[in-house]
Design a protein around this ligand. Sequence first.
Ligand code: G16
Ligand code: MG
Length: 218
Amino acid sequence: LPKACIFDLDGVIVDTVPAHYIAWKSIADELNIPFTEKDNEQLKGVSRVDSMKRILAIGNLEKSDEEIEALTTRKNDRYVEIISKMTPADILPGVREFLHVLAEAGLKVALGSSSKNAPTILKAVGLSDLFQVKVDGNHISHSKPHPEVFLLGADRLGLHPSECVVFEDAISGVQAAKRGGFPCVGVGLPELLHEADLVVPDLKDADLTIFKRLPSFA
Ligand code: G16
Ligand code: MG
């Protein structure tokens, strides 16, 4: 068994992907930039500012740092308005149960999220206390696919990356895990997350047998 698991937040623990999309879409609409759910797939795990820059690139638009700051603030205000209504009912299926299984088996649990809203979200859904280590967008300077968020997590756990399994729903997040030397379980579609060591559709009914399906713990 691994010694710890590091979980991404958006799209693995809670389904905030639609909320990010709605908020970005409203900004893109204002700028007359065509922005689809497929474009949104590429933004998963990517920081707020980098996401804004990618959307501007789709529209071939250039904006000053001040304008980018104003746009990202507006996006976040809309996003926060949506997530402020979150409750424990918004935890994705199987996640709470899996976290308890891990704790009972003596595995440590950490958060590795690009989101600066992570502390608010974890509190809102009542999962804050289940994570021994929390690393989020407020603690890092390079967003996924850079491995910083997971490396910092492993460091704070006092473990080597090979001893921690990363759970990720984003292409950029799977890449970050692999670049950092972590075994990685992709949560979502195999055609998108093929760089992961194993892909599961969700964490419904997840238990300790999941680790046996990873080459390094088989
Ligand atoms: C998340 C989302 C991204 C979002 C980023 C920053 O990361 O997947 O779509 O742009 O965080 O979020 P915020 O604007 O709240 O700081 P993760 O790593 O939890 O999937
Ligand atoms: Mg995610």
